[in-house]
Ligand binder design. Structure first.
Ligand SMILES: [Zn+2]
Length: 177
């Protein structure tokens, strides 16, 4: 089973304080990937920042995407369905202190595709944890973004080199299996 994990496509990182045109313009590509996933029967998971006071990250970035706030909500342009799994995370890593590992294990997932923002932060840390858990990891180049092109390039190269992540184009995403 393949899981598509879509990270932080929430107001804060798309059209909010840490948002970017790059993230906004990626939404259509992401929806295409989600459509491919639905056709293929992938498990669709959304992981969104949902912070509480005291989360270590807040010391670095200041308060952002606080639990229950508008900025932690998934942007309306994303094709989210009621049957999709939504995970609230409190760090860069969608597995850390969440139910994600249990959910993937119950569904017999062996491959994960990580998408969303930012390539070099939350996507990278989530891929890292997936790698530690033994999953084969994939990133679709057109379905992840960082605030700067150079950060995206760094993230993709790091994941490819360090975790053996397969970086593929959107036109080939349907071939994963
Ligand atoms: Zn955060």
């Amino acid at each position: 089973m393949i899981a598509l994990i879509i990270v932080d496509m929430i107001h804060e990182f798309v059209d909010g304080k840490f948002g970017s045109k790059r993230a906004v313009s990626m939404v259509d590509n992401l929806n295409r990937l989600i459509s491919i996933g639905r056709e293929k029967g992938w498990l669709i998971v959304f992981a969104r920042d949902s912070h509480s006071e005291g989360d270590p990250e807040l010391k670095v970035w200041g308060p952002h995407a606080m639990k229950g706030s508008f900025s932690s909500e998934i942007v309306p342009g994303i094709q989210l369905r009621p049957e999709d799994i939504v995970i609230e995370k409190n760090s860069y890593d969608a597995f850390f202190k969440t139910d994600l590992e249990r959910i993937l294990s119950e569904k017999n997932v062996d491959k994960v595709i990580v998408a969303g923002v930012s390539t070099d932060i939350c996507v990278l840390h989530t891929v890292c944890h997936a790698f530690f858990l033994g999953y084969e990891t994939y990133v679709v180049e057109e379905c992840t973004e960082s605030m700067k092109e150079s950060n995206k390039e760094f993230g993709l190269k790091y994941m490819k080199t360090i975790y053996g992540t397969k970086i593929i184009g959107l036109e080939r995403a349907g071939e994963i299996g």
